[in-house]
Design a protein around this ligand. Structure first.
Ligand SMILES: Nc1ncnc2c1ncn2[C@@H]1O[C@H](COP(=O)(O)OP(=O)(O)OP(=O)(O)O)[C@@H](O)[C@H]1O
Length: 286
């Protein structure tokens, strides 16, 4: 088997609350999770609130230290990139990793600097990660804004001048600036209204077709996740309960928890739900 873009092996992440007595058990947020994401594909990560999705995503972004297990990106072990050093210092994550792995977050308002212009926000990763001169940066910013459907002539405006969906487009332009191989998308459409959700999802799909970027995509809406993802992984209480091709997980879930998640999914027509339950009912042996 060829190496995947991202390979997560038996990952465990524990949180310790400061001041806890030593003998008290740490809280296990991610427990023995193994996942694989191929180049140019989307791995959808679903599960109820608190199941460990964001913690897993943050470990891929080297924002949280795994307790055990391994994260490999394009053949390089990146697990120890951010091990806490002596005296609480933190080792720097290499530039090449920050450049190749970008992120989009749920709340674009919180993740965009409100006092910067859109031009400066999108230009920042170019200034940090490339040797482009000012005029080339300006051209690239205009191309990126155009790519995400924003008018480049508005690049002097601040984020507050834009709608929620437009702000998410700014976040996507910023994430695309370094031409990453992977974008970790932590619920990028959950805070948007339904019609804006679908335009942003379509944009992300188009970007993937154009650039070959892979997504680790976290979301709650199973219907949307099914359309977005090549494979779906379902987490429950920090553990992976199911993983497989998106259509299989959606139509033929192997795990009880996935079935409950599907039945609880909002926007389902009750008759459709009944029909799905019938289809999923195990066939008696013999
Ligand atoms: N810094 C932290 N310290 C202690 N516990 C934490 C910390 N961050 C998250 N947790 C706990 O870890 C568990 C998993 O949280 P996480 O945010 O990864 O879940 P999630 O599936 O992404 O949830 P949501 O869909 O609500 O974002 C939760 O019980 C949460 O309270």
């Amino acid at each position: 088997m060829t190496s995947a873009l991202l390979e997560i092996e038996d990952l465990r992440i524990e949180y310790r609350k400061p001041g806890l007595l030593r003998r008290k058990e740490p809280f296990v947020a991610v427990d023995g999770v193994s996942l694989r994401l191929e180049r140019g594909q989307t791995l959808g990560l679903v599960g109820e609130s608190g199941s460990g999705k964001t913690t897993l995503a943050r470990s891929v972004l080297c924002l949280v230290d795994p307790t055990a297990g391994r994260i490999e990106f394009d053949g390089t072990d990146v697990t120890g990139f951010r091990r806490a050093g002596i005296g609480g210092t933190t080792r720097r994550v290499p530039h090449w990793y920050r450049r190749r792995v970008q992120a989009i977050f749920q709340d674009p308002t919180a993740s965009l600097n409100p006092s910067w212009s859109v031009r400066d926000i999108v230009a920042e990763p170019l200034r940090v990660h490339t040797d482009l001169r000012d005029d080339a940066v300006t051209r690239k910013v205009a191309t990126l804004l155009d790519q995400v459907g924003l008018d480049p002539s508005l690049d002097h405006q601040r984020p507050a001048a834009f709608s929620g969906g437009q702000r998410q487009r700014i976040g996507i332009a910023r994430a695309l600036a370094t031409e990453p191989d992977l974008i970790v998308c932590d619920e990028p459409v959950s805070a948007l209204d339904v019609s804006t959700q679908s335009t942003i999802v379509n944009l992300l799909n188009q970007v993937q077709r154009d650039t070959g970027v892979a997504y680790l995509f976290i979301g709650h809406d199973l219907g949307l996740m099914r359309h977005m993802s090549d494979r779906l992984a379902v987490m429950y209480h920090g553990r992976l309960v199911e993983e497989g091709p998106a259509e299989d997980v959606y139509h033929r879930p192997a795990d009880d928890y996935t079935r409950r998640l599907l039945d609880a999914a909002p926007g389902f027509d009750p008759a459709e739900q009944r029909r799905k339950r019938e289809l999923r009912r195990p066939v008696a042996a013999g």
